[in-house]
Design a protein around this ligand. Structure first.
Ligand SMILES: Cc1ncc(COP(=O)(O)O)c(C=O)c1O
Length: 370
């Protein structure tokens, strides 16, 4: 017998149980779930507030929904958007706000949802980086009018792709179910297109500053590659999600242990974002002096450490793709973008002690000759 309907039911029940949500709609990826939410809300040509340093695919989902992305600054200490930074962005009646638990750390959801209520905005909780985490005493995925998960590359739960849309609103869920049926299925051709785009993306997005004419490139790239944003889930998602339960606890324990070991780095010129003892990180956010960051990052790559600099500011991309929208200043997010290195929390890798030693040596050398 084909076990797929059974796995589908079980995986939906798993997410409902974990998030205490009433409805789950599976999607091809997290970005599709964001698009579903915006479409199901019925928003058209409305300002949608997103963190200035979230993933570019969130921006693509907003653009494809026919709405207007506006970048929001983050708090200088927590790295999250807050009611203050939302107010500071100066949009009077936003259609929606998409707070994100960047690095797996909690965005202040109670305060953000209260702000959104006062300002007439819908909330989409972007829990792409926080699957299984607790956010202000509630499960990630349980906040806002709708929430989304991603099961794509490098996420806390990596299932080779896939996403989910969650809500308690039956009418919204019914609309989302209709909408997902209108999207293309995941094909080998789309997979090949995505591989090609990711190669181009790594090369451009990370080094945007180096190319003053990047604004000429992004509209063409968006036109050529945006088909990868919206699609139905792959049939293998359900079974993978059901089986993921087996590894989830050890995965989370491992991430906590490794994060504690990375904490040994902290001191002198290095910092991390404050977190509670039970926090489970997506990747470890190491904040370095901006003058040292890129050199240290290149060194880490040359030592085969899977370090990244997520996320760079979306400003060059949004200015290129939506030049008609005036973007507010986002100095704190820009500062995070200039300082961050995300260190890996790999489950099958060596302990991070070697990486820690390398970083300490490099930083001590830099501090001595600075
Ligand atoms: C913060 C954030 N939100 C949303 C997404 C969208 O997830 P997906 O890649 O599954 O579309 C990502 C993906 O990298 C992300 O990092």
């Amino acid at each position: 017998m084909n076990g797929r309907p059974q796995y589908r039911k079980q995986s939906a029940a798993l997410l409902r149980g974990q998030t205490e949500r009433e409805h789950v709609v599976f999607t091809g990826r997290g970005a599709t779930a964001i698009w579903l939410a915006l479409k199901a809300f019925g928003l058209v040509d409305q300002p949608v507030l997103i963190p200035a340093n979230t993933c570019y695919i969130v921006l693509w989902a907003v653009l494809l929904s026919g709405n207007r992305p506006v970048l929001v600054d983050v708090d200088p200490v927590t790295g999250m958007i807050t009611p203050d930074t939302l107010t500071a962005c100066g949009v009077e009646r936003p259609g929606a706000v998409i707070p994100c638990h960047l690095y797996g750390l909690p965005a202040p959801m109670a305060a953000i949802t209260a702000w959104a209520r006062e300002n007439g905005a819908r909330v989409i909780e972007d829990a792409a980086l926080a699957y299984g985490n607790t956010i202000e005493g509630q499960p990630a995925g349980s906040w806002g009018d709708a929430a989304i998960f991603s099961f794509g590359t490098g996420k806390l739960l990596y299932l080779h792709g896939g996403g989910a849309f969650l809500t308690n609103d039956s009418a919204l869920a019914a609309e989302a179910k209709l909408l997902i049926g209108t999207l293309p299925r995941w094909t080998d051709q789309l997979a090949a297109l995505e591989r090609q785009w990711l190669d181009i993306y790594w090369a451009t997005h990370q080094h945007e500053d180096a190319n003053p004419r990047i604004a000429e490139l992004y509209p063409k790239l968006f036109e050529l590659y945006n088909d990868i944003t919206l699609h139905q889930p792959d049939q293998f998602l359900y079974k993978a999600l059901v089986h993921s339960r087996i590894h989830m606890e050890s995965n989370r324990k491992h991430r906590r242990d490794y994060s504690t070991r990375y904490d040994r780095l902290i001191g002198g010129s290095l910092h991390t974002i404050p977190r509670s003892d039970d926090a489970v990180l997506w990747r470890y956010p190491l904040l370095c002096p901006p003058e040292l960051r890129d050199d240290l990052f290149e060194r880490l790559l040359s030592w085969h450490v899977d370090a990244t600099r997520w996320y760079p500011t979306l400003r060059p991309m949004v200015n290129a793709l939506a030049p008609q929208i005036t973007q507010p200043p986002t100095p704190n997010a820009d500062r995070f973008c200039a300082r961050i290195i995300n260190l890996p929390l790999p489950i099958y890798d060596d302990p991070p002690d070697k990486t820690i030693k390398w970083i300490q040596e490099k930083v001590q050398h830099w501090e001595r000759y600075e």
